[in-house]
Structures are given as structure tokens and as C-alpha cells.
Design a protein around this ligand. Structure first.
Ligand SMILES: *Cc1c(COP(=O)(O)O)cnc(C)c1O
Length: 397
């Protein structure tokens, strides 16, 4: 009897808001609601809260507070970085370099610019999802105005050699943007030692609220505004500030970066036990992404002969929240662009499952998945004509 337990394994899609974060936010909905642009004293409280949050974000990135801009989230930050650099540097050149495995917030922005006279190089990745720094260097021309490469991939968890890629951009004097939405809290980020000029974050991926993000812009970077209007954010991002969200973002990043090693150790231990269990109990699997250079909570694994979508529904029936491909494309049957870029065949990519562990997960969650998943996979395979074919010896792999 009773309600079925929910096992949440989709932390790369979004996270819950930490209690300390929510507690910090609440007064800014009620007591301290003043518009920071106003003159009277209660507005000063809001201004101070934003200053504190800006300092918290700056510290987490090794940046200066004057280089931190609050936005509505990761998508806006990516759009601003790319469109803003493109329009401010159009006289200098029209070439942008990115990769085939970016989030759609980057890919679709680049595709939009392609329709407007820009030329975009989409760098390939190896079978683990890694970008080759030599390949980046070869792609740079005297028309290149921006390089945008994600820090860590949201689907397969692969962590790119950002400092090295940034050094190449720096050497050629091309601004370097990284979408670090998945990386923050999992890897130590320092915009100076890692040669980063622009960096995107989203609070709801690190136990903060939805609808607030950050764009770090290195001082002196030539970039146009994306949102025009009032003089907020030092005249660079108009719109009355989302004060409670900004406060939550600041508190959340402070907590997420306070003990990265400890967090990694705990999440990785759970992840490694889950992965080893899956691989031991289920035959014909393929781990996507890099075996070591990956986010501590990420598992992306393909099960041959089955459909990811059906797997998700069966898992959901057992209270397990997971994902196939990226959240934005599930619901459609398009294979993941990331898995295809790693060279995974279309039919195998359809049977892929992403489990992303985070702060809510426990050993009991791992045990439950290790009990349920093998049954789900074997039931689905029983129904699959391809699998039966294999068992009959007709389908040699
Ligand atoms: C979630 C995500 C985004 C988008 O962030 P939003 O705040 O949801 O707009 C961008 N890039 C990556 C890598 C993400 O995982």
C-alpha cells in the first residue's frame, strides 16, 4: 500500500531547490520587494542583496563582480554570448566555431546566425565526445570572431579540455565562450587560469531556482546587448531584476562550490556502483561518453534491441525518473545529435538511457534501479523482433 517511492535520476534536466536557498529567497518576495532602481530606502535592501549574490557568483568563478551579469537562465546566457559577440564584431569577421554536441541553446542560435550571413564550423568529436584541440586550431581563420565550446555535455557527461581549448582561442585572440551549465559544482572553474572570456550558468542545474542564470563577460570583451530597455545590470541587460531568483542563485552557487571534492566523491561512489551493477546484470550494453572524463553523476548507456521511450515509461511506472537523449527532444523520436556525433549507430542510440545522480540520491535508490532495470530491459527485449532474431543467430553483431 501507500504511495510509490520516487527515485529521481534526472539531475541534468533540473534539480530541486535546496532548503537554505529557498530560505534565503523568501524574504525577497515579501518583506524586501522594493525595485532596486528606486530611490527610497527599501530599494537599497534589494540592491545590496544583488551585490551579495554577484559577489558569490564571482567568487565561484574566480572572476570580478563587475564581470557577472544576471539573466533569465542558461538559454538566454548562451543566446546573449553568441548573438552579442556576433553583432558587435560583424565588421571584423563572420566566422564562429562551435561543436556538434552543444546544447540546443547554442546550436539553434548558431543556426539562426547562419541564416543571417554568418558561417559556422561545427567541430566533430571522438567516440567519447571529446573535442580535439588541434582540430580547433586548424578551424580558426582570420574571420573567426567567436569560439563556443561547452564545458561538460548534458547528455553523455563528457568534460572537455577547456583550459587547453581556451589557450588556443587566446593565442589567436578570439573570444572564448563556454556553456558551463552542467559543469559548475562538479569541476573547479577558474575563468583566468582556464582562459575563458564568456561563461553561461543556470541556477536550476545547481540546486537553485528556475528562471535565473548568469553570463560572465571578461572585462574589455566587445559584446552587444541582447535585451534592450532600462539601465539594469550596468546598462547591459534590461529588465527589473528577479531579486529573489538572483539571491537564490548566489546562495546556491556558494553551496554548490563549497566542497566540490566531497560532492564528487559521494556522487561518484553511487554512480560507479549503479553503473557496475547495470553492466554486470544486463548484457549487450554500450556506455556512452568518456569512461573517466565525465561528470560524477552521469550514466548514459545504450541497451541494444530496445526503444528508450518505452524503457522510460516502464521505469516511470516503478517510480524511477530518467531520460533518454536530452529532455528537450524526448517525446520526439529524433535520435540524439550528441550520440550520433560520437558515431553511435541510429538504432543503438534509440535504446539509450540517461541516469543523472545528484544530492537526493541514496544507496537505496541504486538498489531499486538495479532491481527494476534488468527486468524492464529483459521484458522489452522479449518483445523485440530484433532481439529474437539475435537469439536465433540471424543477427550477428
Ligand atoms: C539546461 C541547459 C541549458 C539551458 O538552461 P536553461 O536555464 O534551462 O535555459 C543550456 N545548456 C546546457 C548544457 C544545459 O544543460
Amino acid at each position: 500500500m501507500g504511495e510509490k517511492r520516487t527515485v529521481y535520476l534526472d539531475h541534468s534536466a533540473t534539480t530541486y531547490v535546496r532548503k537554505e536557498v529557498l530560505d534565503a529567497m523568501v524574504p525577497y518576495f515579501t518583506d524586501h520587494f522594493g525595485n532596486p532602481s528606486s530611490i527610497y530606502h527599501i530599494a537599497g535592501v534589494s540592491r545590496k542583496a544583488i551585490d551579495t549574490a554577484r559577489a558569490q557568483v564571482a567568487k565561484a568563478l574566480g572572476a570580478g563582480p563587475e564581470e557577472i551579469y544576471f539573466t533569465s537562465g542558461g538559454s538566454e546566457s548562451d543566446n546573449w554570448a553568441i548573438k552579442g559577440i556576433a553583432s558587435a564584431n560583424v565588421k571584423k569577421g563572420n566566422h564562429i566555431i562551435t561543436t556538434k554536441i552543444e546544447h540546443h541553446a547554442v546550436l539553434h542560435t548558431c543556426q539562426f546566425l547562419e541564416k543571417n550571413g554568418f558561417a559556422v564550423t561545427y567541430l566533430p568529436v571522438d567516440k567519447y565526445g571529446l573535442v580535439d584541440p588541434a582540430e580547433l586550431e586548424r578551424a580558426i581563420t582570420d574571420k573567426t570572431i567567436l569560439i563556443s565550446i561547452m564545458y561538460a555535455n548534458n547528455e553523455i557527461g563528457t568534460i572537455e579540455p577547456i583550459a587547453e581549448l581556451g589557450a588556443i582561442a587566446r593565442k589567436h585572440k578570439v573570444p572564448f565562450h563556454t556553456d558551463a551549465v552542467q559543469a559548475i559544482g562538479n569541476v573547479k572553474i577558474d575563468v583566468n587560469t582556464q582562459n575563458i572570456d564568456l561563461l553561461s550558468l543556470s541556477a536550476h542545474k545547481f540546486y537553485g531556482p528556475k528562471g535565473v542564470g548568469v553570463l560572465y563577460i571578461r572585462k574589455g570583451t566587445k559584446i552587444d546587448n541582447l535585451i534592450h530597455g532600462g539601465g539594469q545590470e550596468r546598462r547591459r541587460r534590461a529588465g527589473t531584476e528577479n531579486i529573489a531568483g538572483i539571491v537564490g542563485c548566489g546562495k546556491a552557487i556558494e553551496l554548490a562550490t563549497a566542497d566540490i571534492e566531497g560532492h564528487n566523491k559521494r556522487i561518484r561512489a553511487l554512480r560507479d556502483r549503479l553503473l557496475a551493477g547495470i553492466q554486470a546484470k544486463i548484457p549487450d550494453t554500450h556506455l556512452n561518453g568518456h569512461p573517466e572524463k565525465r561528470l560524477p553523476g552521469n550514466i548514459n548507456i545504450s541497451f541494444e534491441f530496445i526503444e528508450g521511450e518505452s524503457m522510460l515509461l516502464w521505469l516511470d511506472d516503478e517510480g524511477i525518473c530518467a531520460s533518454t537523449g536530452s529532455a528537450c527532444t524526448s517525446g520526439s523520436l529524433e535520435p540524439s545529435h550528441v550520440l550520433l556525433a560520437t558515431g553511435l549507430p541510429v538504432e543503438i542510440s534509440h535504446g539509450s538511457l540517461r541516469l543523472t545522480l545528484g544530492n537526493v540520491n541514496t544507496d537505496a535508490d541504486v538498489d531499486l534501479v538495479l532491481d527494476v532495470l534488468p527486468k524492464v530491459v529483459s521484458r522489452l527485449r522479449e518483445m523485440s523482433p530484433l532481439y529474437k532474431g539475435k537469439k536465433g543467430g540471424c543477427n550477428v553483431q
